[in-house]
Write a protein that binds this ligand. Structure first.
Ligand code: UD1
Length: 349
């Protein structure tokens, strides 16, 4: 029988792409989402892409222990991919309690229920933000985690540690009653782009914080002008360097990681992988590539640095390449074309 994967936050940006790839790979998927930061657009898109109308959907908040427990009683879950979390860096600085409560409690509930129902494989959606301003680039999984500069970043570090500790504490449990939890943390670099069908993609609420949605919204006319934050950084063109990872490639990394857990291929019960391309791209290069591949001119200006930004970060992807047998494939141009196709789809063009 096909293994069943719970995707918490599965109606959101990354969760919806992961749901598609899991189903394409032959997994059964159960989606849970409280719809706090999305609407049904992406879940409807997922159903169209995979041609299925019967994907179990639970509109629940993972902070509700009883609701998570009920889901695990009704569905025999083999693995969980946990996305359900708040993710706006600036908002987390202004409203830390909201971030700590939501991001920690929901994950604690997932872990407690996983342990209670005979054990489970848990994949946590972490971030390159845990590396902060790294001294040595590219960063490997062994690079030091630096003190987080925002409550959001701190919740990523804390959830990694919670997962590590729960894995260690449950290792001896037999799957008879309470069971062992195994864990993988994937540290994403900068996920961008959309599904090639243009039926699912990023749906930011209000003014986007992230670069690519701001670019596409400027190109479509929803925003007047993109501000490039800082052109006096110590990089070749003065703008920051990031590792932009295509969201479909990223989704495929989740399938590889889940298969590794379910097929008993893990080398340790808790593992960490960087998920990026290994290629640094500057903000200016990204803007220019967007203009070129989509044949348009973007209204942009240089603006002061944004507080909290690191100058450069990109991934050493050797571990993910070797151990997961996964590699980022789409070019940044293809990805930027997909982001633009999605924005046009949203505008009905
Ligand atoms: C941020 C978060 C990261 C999170 C990621 C999600 C931090 C410090 N950053 O990464 O944890 O996982 O979002 O994708 O925690 N930029 C502009 N103009 C804009 C917007 C952005 O020039 O309007 C620049 C930024 O200064 C930065 C680059 O574009 O150099 C990327 O910014 P962004 O998309 O916000 O991602 P990060 O800050 O790298």
């Amino acid at each position: 029988m096909a293994k069943k994967v719970l995707v918490s936050g599965g109606a959101g940006y990354i969760g919806s792409h992961v749901t598609v790839e899991l189903i394409n790979a032959g997994y059964e998927v159960v989606v849970a989402d409280n719809m706090s930061n999305c609407d049904m657009t992406c879940f409807e898109g997922v159903k169209k892409i995979v041609g299925r109308d019967d994907i179990p959907f639970y509109q629940i908040d993972c902070c509700d222990y009883q609701a998570v427990d009920k889901l695990f009683t009704e569905q025999k879950i083999d693995a969980v991919i946990h996305f359900a979390a708040f993710k706006a860096v600036g908002e987390s600085v202004a409203e830390p309690i909201k971030y700590y409560r939501n991001n920690l409690v929901s994950f604690l509930n997932i872990l407690e229920v996983s342990q209670k129902h005979g054990g489970c494989n848990v994949l946590f959606s972490s971030s390159a933000t845990v590396y902060g301003e790294a001294e040595k680039l590219p960063v490997t999984e062994e690079s030091p985690r630096l003190p987080a500069t925002s409550p959001y970043g701190n919740t990523k570090q804390m959830c990694e540690d919670i997962l590590r500790d729960v894995v260690a504490a449950t290792a001896g449990l037999s799957a008879d009653g309470e069971g062992p939890v195994k864990g993988i943390a994937l540290r994403y670099f900068n996920p961008i782009g959309a599904h090639p069908s243009a039926l699912i993609g990023e749906l930011p609420r209000g003014v986007p914080n992230n670069l690519v949605p701001f670019i596409t919204q400027t190109a479509i006319g929803k925003r007047e002008c993109l501000s490039i934050f800082g052109n006096d950084y110590p990089t070749e063109d003065g703008t920051c360097l990031r590792d932009y990872i295509d969201v479909v490639d990223l989704a495929k990394a989740h399938v590889a990681a889940v298969s590794r857990m379910l097929d008993g291929k893990m080398k340790k019960d808790y593992e960490i992988f960087n998920i990026g391309t290994g290629r640094p791209v500057s903000v200016y290069e990204l803007v220019t590539a967007f203009e070129k591949v989509n044949g348009l001119k973007l209204n942009y200006k240089f603006a002061p640095r944004r507080p909290g930004d690191v100058v450069a970060i990109w991934a050493d992807t050797a571990l993910a390449n070797d151990e997961l047998g996964w590699k980022a494939e789409r070019t940044v141009e293809e990805t930027l074309a997909s982001a633009w196709a999605w924005e046009k789809h949203l505008a009905g063009k």
